[in-house]
Design a protein around this ligand. Structure first.
Ligand code: LLP
Length: 415
């Protein structure tokens, strides 16, 4: 994580000491690096120079307005899965004409709002959704651009909860049925077929499954052309992995080069929906050690962040690096780093060798994607603050939730 590094014995985000952020804003706090977000977005965009393309950041990975705004300023598109995400993109200055609307259960109101806003394309996942979209578009007297999300039945080789491209998953239309569904869509007057889409899973660390999926989708593109359906774009979804520990994922430029090679001469606009690749290593979760519990055979560092702030370790047994913000000298002890929530599954990391004392700050690394966005108020804990660092400046981009806010919309029964 080059944008988070040690200087003079202290961990910095760009040119700002994390200690200073914790002092100013308290903990737990998510800290993002603007430079990292920009560089990772540009990895994709630069590698696609010279071909028609759209890089749509997957808003679900990190939907903070400041994050979306930084990317919008670079010309990014956005991949959304709800009207809520659409409103965020609009509020952050994103261009609706660069938005793709994914998701397996879009509601009528969401479709209506997206059509009014003028999104680029709906990634449709079923015949029933096609019919629904046709109806809504007809009511509004407009045409909806669509692509079908096909399920190419390839094994992404990733965690089962984040693998989506197999037949048994709920996502997409089985690729062998896709031709028939396209023909049905072609008969719907308020739909305009523009593309094809697939997303096979997340945190992929090899290009092989992507290229297998691409090959299968290109066969479909050719079959469709024979039926007179000429697609304008190809959306390969997100999924490119990042390094949490010792993974060696391919770079975006390698991936883009392979896709460009394979699609050369086809006149297809290329779309991608990266989330994790852009945001994961752009963020850390800063937390303070409340107390150290040294039990026989097991030691715990109880910190002020918990599974409600960052659920990836509890939910996927995800390994995320945990480092002291101001490293100490000495011999380490083996700790489980746990939060104050009343669940045995409330841990951020297990078996970590740390030299720490009570009151020390820890940074949970690679927390910029699927971190804050998956936070909850479990145990009536307000959600953390979020800060963005930009060179030597830092900005509060979401203030900490207060306890009164948490139950402000609740009511007791009448007398
Ligand atoms: N496009 C679609 C249709 C998706 O479903 C996803 C992620 C993406 C793009 C972005 O994928 P990425 O580039 O970030 O891999 N919460 C899990 C990850 C869930 C991913 C869901 N879909 C985690 O923390 O690992």
């Amino acid at each position: 994580m080059t944008d988070f590094s040690l200087h003079d014995g202290q961990l910095f985000a760009e040119d700002v000491a994390l200690e200073q952020i914790a002092r100013t804003h308290g903990t737990p706090v998510y800290v993002y690096s603007r430079a990292h977000l920009e560089r990772k977005y540009l990895d994709y965009a630069d590698a696609l120079q010279g071909v028609d393309h759209l890089v749509c950041f997957a808003v679900k990975a990190n939907s903070n307005l400041a994050v979306l705004n930084v990317l919008a300023r670079l010309g990014a598109g956005f991949d959304i899965v709800s009207v809520g995400e659409l409103e965020r993109v609009l509020a952050a200055g994103g261009d609706p004409g660069k938005v793709v609307f994914s998701g397996v259960g879009k509601q009528r109101d969401e479709m209506r709002r997206a059509l009014e806003a003028g999104v680029y394309c709906f990634n449709v996942e079923s015949v029933s959704e096609l019919e629904r979209l046709q109806q809504v578009a007809a009511e509004l007297g407009v045409q909806a651009s669509i692509s079908l999300r096909v399920n190419p039945d390839v094994d992404a080789g990733t965690h089962p909860y984040i693998s989506t491209g197999l037949k048994e998953n709920k996502f997409g239309i089985p690729i062998e049925d896709a031709e028939e569904v396209y023909l049905q869509a072609a008969r719907m007057p308020n739909l305009r077929i523009t593309g094809v889409d697939c997303h096979i899973g997340s945190q992929l660390t090899s290009l092989a499954p992507f290229m297998d999926a691409l090959d299968r989708v290109l066969l479909l593109v050719d079959r469709l052309a024979e039926c007179g359906i000429h697609l304008e774009h190809l959306d390969l979804g997100g999924g490119l992995g990042v390094r949490y520990r010792d993974e060696q994922p391919p770079s975006a430029s390698e991936y883009m080069a392979r896709v460009r090679e394979r699609t050369a001469g086809r006149n297809l606009k290329l779309l991608f929906e990266p989330g994790r690749y852009i945001a994961a290593n752009a963020g850390v979760l800063l937390t303070r050690i409340e107390c150290l519990k040294i039990n026989e055979g097991k030691s715990f560092a109880v910190v002020d962040a918990a599974m409600n702030d960052l659920i990836r370790p509890a939910l996927y047994e995800a390994w995320m690096d945990i480092v002291p913000v101001t490293p100490r000298q000495g011999s380490g002890r083996n700790y489980d780093v746990v939060g104050p929530v009343c669940e045995t599954g409330d841990f951020l990391g297990k078996d970590r060798t740390l030299v720490v004392e009570e009151g020390d700050l820890l940074a949970v690394c690679s927390a910029g994607a699927y971190g804050f966005v998956m936070a909850s108020n479990y145990n009536t804990r307000g959600r953390a603050a979020e800060v963005m660092v930009d060179g030597d400046r830092h900005h509060l981009v979401r203030r900490r939730e207060t306890v009164t806010e948490l139950f402000a919309s609740e009511q007791v029964l009448p007398e």
